[in-house]
Design a protein around this ligand. Structure first.
Ligand SMILES: C[S@@+](CC[C@H](N)C(=O)[O-])C[C@H]1O[C@@H](n2cnc3c(N)ncnc32)[C@H](O)[C@@H]1O
Length: 249
């Protein structure tokens, strides 16, 4: 009786673990793991994102490289540079270091939130902002050092310092193959979409890191895509991150 009970619970726990915790497919991908070990593990913590998000970025860069989708790589909201390092390492692996990597950040931490910026738990971000400001402040010099450690050609990494609301569209690429938005908040996300999404080439990739975590990032994205009947399928990577391919018009 007891053994039957244990067996039943064991089965249920395994199903639960498989559904929510099983990463064996990601762990088996040795090429990915060798890149991920340089940016995402506890020892080398250069990114705030999860293994799932790193894997989707890795596959998106591979898709661009193998499909010869033209254009540059753009990240808004860089922190220590981990996602950009992963993109650079994947481009090196695919012999595509001619692409420029544009990295937009204040390099002085998060900009001021508005009332729209509320997290998934209903906590207004202005309450967390003062505390997180320090954690999320990484200097330009430190990010430069991290990026150069990948071996990606220095002349193809472009650091744009300042609030995206001020630096975009002053400095933007002509053509974007992959656009990754990770500044978390309503105003910056909407501003980035307005100016950078039109530069994404059809079949290029859009990633919104905070769609599920921050109500403001979600509102900005939904607003942008509902205007002028723009269409995109944003696919769920995890509870927060979304990825989509720009349709050909
Ligand atoms: C969540 S972190 C980015 C995480 C990073 N992409 C990673 O892979 O770990 C958010 C970043 O956005 C930057 N940021 C926030 N608001 C910004 C704004 N309005 N303009 C430029 N950068 C901003 C912050 O300085 C911070 O580095």
């Amino acid at each position: 009786m007891f053994q039957k009970f244990i067996r039943c619970w064991d089965g249920r726990l395994r199903k639960y673990a498989d559904r929510y915790l099983n990463r064996s497919d990601l762990l088996k991908d040795k090429d990915f793991q060798s890149i991920y070990s340089k940016v995402g593990t506890r020892k080398s913590k250069y990114t705030l994102t999860s293994m799932e998000r790193c894997y989707s970025l890795y596959k998106a860069i591979q898709y661009i490289a193998k499909g010869n989708i033209p254009g540059d790589i753009v990240e808004c909201g860089v922190w220590r540079g981990g996602s950009a390092m992963l993109a650079a390492l994947t481009l090196i692996k695919n012999d595509q270091t001619y692409r420029k990597i544009y990295l937009y950040d204040t390099y002085e931490g998060m900009s001021k939130p508005t009332d729209k910026d509320i997290d998934i738990h209903g906590v207004p971000y202005r309450l967390l902002w003062e505390k997180e400001k320090e954690l999320l402040t990484v200097s330009l010099n430190e990010v430069k050092k991290n990026m150069l450690s990948t071996g990606y050609p220095e002349e193809n990494i472009i650091f744009i310092k300042g609030m995206v609301e001020d630096t975009i569209p002053l400095t933007i690429p002509n053509q974007v193959a992959l656009l990754r938005l990770d500044t978390d908040l309503y105003e910056s996300t909407y501003h980035e979409l307005i100016h950078l999404y039109p530069k994404v080439i059809p079949q290029g990739v859009l990633i919104i890191d905070d769609y599920g975590h921050f109500q403001g990032a979600q509102e900005a994205t939904d607003k942008y895509f509902s205007e002028k009947s723009r269409k995109i399928l944003l696919h769920r990577i995890d509870y927060s991150c979304r990825i989509g391919i720009k349709p050909t018009s």
